[in-house]
Design a protein around this ligand. Structure first.
Ligand SMILES: Nc1nc2c(c(=O)[nH]1)N[C@@H](CN(C=O)c1ccc(C(=O)N[C@@H](CCC(=O)O)C(=O)O)cc1)CN2
Ligand code: GAR
Length: 295
């Protein structure tokens, strides 16, 4: 394999890049000739171009997929638009912000369904008005039409959902869904996790707790979802000041404004396949403008 890679490299890039580690993979495609390798690492800029060539494993197998990540240009056009499902329990302003992003082009994806435990909530009303299918989950006394976890997973598979976004959903996501969508479920929480998270910390309860604590800063957190409330890997945060005169409603409004922007940006990064996982398991977002930059 090494010889083939060297040959592909030399023919493709004019000089053999230095490998960052024995685990680093190698190469890339010149004339769509793919080679297999294990991990990925940044490769030096292409000869005479400002682009950086990145390689990464696909689905953890010994297959390599590489692309010249100038998402401004041809690469984004080649990336498949991702299929999204959003879970809400209330007004759905984050859901609306993401939907608007999909329609206006700031999110490289499409919302294929809304999931809610409250069929009459504002998010469900907006979905119906936008011709987005509404799925009830879970099955409860109040919502006897709701799906079981297994039926929900089957419905999302049928819709070919790529990513699941929680946005003000107030029920625990079951292990069946967590296992069906590894590293593919995000949640937005209205505090700087790990502070002010967990069971009981939702909506205004969060902002009241922040103010009562005397914290001088707060802000939204977007994190991957695991089987517990708010303990999944943190992906992105924004900071807002907490005024000593703030009430919970004033703080909530300030945080919510940042949520809308943050969730749209993070969702687009997900759709553009710019989330990468550090060796210690921390997820990072690769910059659109400069693929060498991560946050
Ligand atoms: N498996 C997971 N499920 C969910 C997560 C998660 O991280 N892992 N995040 C929540 C959203 N959330 C915070 O971001 C959250 C929502 C609700 C609660 C909570 O205490 N709920 C109450 C019920 C409230 C109600 O029904 O009105 C409870 O469970 O007693 C905490 C955190 C979404 N799901
Ligand atoms: N712990 C979960 C939680 O509190 N989520 C919060 O519920 C609100 C939903 O607003 P929206 O329905 O207008 O998007 C948002 O502030 C979100 O962070």
């Amino acid at each position: 394999m090494e010889a083939a890679l060297n040959q592909a490299l030399l023919s493709g890039f004019g000089s053999k890049p230095s490998l960052s580690s024995t685990r680093s993979c190698i190469l890339l495609h010149k004339h769509h000739t793919w080679v297999s390798f294990r991990a990925w690492s940044p490769l030096p800029c292409l000869k005479g171009s400002s682009k950086t060539v990145w390689l990464r494993c696909v689905n953890g197998e010994e297959r390599a997929q590489a692309a010249v990540l100038d998402l401004e240009g041809s690469e984004k056009g080649k990336l498949r638009r991702k299929k999204l499902v959003v879970f809400v329990s209330g007004g759905g302003s984050n859901f609306r912000a993401i939907h608007e992003g999909c329609v206006q082009g700031s999110v490289h994806g499409d919302i294929v369904a809304l999931v809610t435990n409250k069929s009459g909530c504002g998010g469900a009303e907006y979905a119906r008005g936008s011709n987005i299918p509404v799925i009830l989950f879970p099955r409860t006394k109040e919502e006897p039409e709701g799906l079981s976890p297994a039926d929900l997973v089957a419905a999302l598979r049928e819709l070919e959902v790529d990513f699941v976004l929680l946005a003000g959903y107030l029920k625990l996501i079951p292990i069946e869904l967590i296992q069906a969508y590894p590293r593919s479920i995000l949640n937005i929480h209205p505090s700087l996790l790990p502070a002010f998270g967990g069971k009981g910390y939702y909506g205004m309860n969060v902002h009241k707790a922040v103010i009562a604590s005397g914290a001088r800063y707060s802000g939204p957190t977007v994190h991957f979802v695991d089987e517990h409330y708010d303990t999944g890997r943190i992906l992105a945060q924004r900071v807002v000041p907490v005024s000593v005169t703030d009430n919970a409603e004033e703080l909530a409004a300030r945080v919510l404004h940042e949520e809308h922007q943050l969730y749209v940006e993070v969702t687009n990064a997900l759709c553009e396949e710019r989330i990468i996982w550090r060796e210690d398991g921390v997820p990072l977002i690769q910059s659109r403008e400069n693929p060498k930059k991560f946050s």
